[in-house]
Design a protein around this ligand. Structure first.
Ligand code: NA7
Length: 293
């Protein structure tokens, strides 16, 4: 397919590269020039990239970024044509997405929200899981692209529900991870080594994918960003905003947000979100250690 890929960050660059490797004809654009993907044509604006494409795929930071890529100067809107499909793999506001979709559809094009779960490694390996909102016949057309970048996709309903479900997923990751590192910190303070605790966690009902994935990084003290703190902070805020709009109270997430506020104030925004453990350690005056590190 002829695909325009907009946004070559940690996720976008690998996703675009996997589209190229699967034989799609890809044109890329990134706000800051100089980022390229082997085998792809580089465009000077979103409008230029979108021109003549069947699919326009976005993966940028946040709601404002998507708005500007779509409707800003030389945005995608300039090149929208009947039947073009606009796909958003960023994680942004579900309610804003519904508005963006309305504006795109008014021009006869289609809109699909398709945020992903699985971080940098899954993007590199083409094993992302897509969480999709949109019409079934449109999603059907995207299958060759989805297969190039991911291993599975789940349709959550109409436009906006992909982002809604993504926020619901990341809410759980943030709260589960906070529980895990609070446990490690208290354990350390009480003299229980993290390496000794982990086999117990994994043998019991406390085990989880979050713990399984993050524990080795925590024990190695490797906080290079797979999923940067600033993006998890953004998703927590998006979930709290969506909860406010829906008049739902999320007490645990509200408290976890405070931890991320402090982490970002402390300059940890570009570390992996796993680095929130370093705040707990600072407050406890101890460092978590594990034999299996
Ligand atoms: P990164 O690595 O922080 O990349 C963010 C990308 O978004 C990068 O290409 C940025 O371009 C681009 N960006 C940021 N703001 C804008 C604006 N205003 N206009 C256009 N482009 C912009 O994030 P990830 O790849 O890890 O994640 C992307 C999304 O997927 C995010 O929503 C996650 O939560 C999930 P730059 O190079 O800075 O010019």
């Amino acid at each position: 397919m002829r695909v325009a890929f907009l946004g070559l960050g940690i996720m976008g660059r690998s996703m675009a590269s996997n589209l190229v490797k699967s034989g799609h004809e890809v044109t890329v654009w990134n706000r800051t020039p100089g980022k390229e993907v082997e085998g792809a044509r580089v465009a000077g604006s979103p409008a230029e990239a979108a021109r003549g494409s069947e699919v326009v795929w976005m993966c940028v930071s946040d709601t404002k970024a998507v708005e500007s890529v779509l409707f800003g100067e030389h945005g995608v809107e300039e090149s929208l044509t009947e039947d073009m499909v606009v796909v958003d793999s960023s994680t942004i506001s579900p309610s804003a997405t519904r508005k963006f979709a309305e504006r795109v559809r008014a021009r006869g094009a289609h809109y699909v929200d398709a945020p992903v779960t699985g971080s940098k490694t899954a993007a590199e390996n083409g094993t992302l899981i897509f969480i999709i909102g949109g019409e079934e016949h449109v999603i059907e057309r995207l299958k060759p692209c989805l297969a190039a970048m991911g291993k599975q996709f789940f349709r959550m309903g109409e436009v906006g529900k992909g982002h809604a479900a993504k926020l619901v997923m990341n809410l759980q990751i943030a709260v589960i991870y906070e529980g895990f590192v609070e446990a490690l910190t208290l354990g350390a303070k009480l003299g229980v080594d993290a390496g000794t605790l982990l086999p117990l966690i994994n043998a019991s009902m406390v085990r989880s994918g979050v713990v399984e994935y993050k524990a080795p990084f925590v024990l190695k003290r490797d906080f290079t960003p797979n999923f940067p703190m600033r993006l998890m902070h953004k998703d927590i805020r998006l979930a709290l905003d969506a909860a406010k709009e829906a008049r739902v109270k999320l007490p645990a997430l509200e408290i976890v947000e405070e931890v991320y506020d402090v982490a970002v104030e402390d300059g940890l925004q570009d570390e992996d979100f796993a680095a929130t453990i370093t705040l707990l350690e600072k407050w406890a005056g101890i460092q978590v250690k594990g034999q299996s590190a």
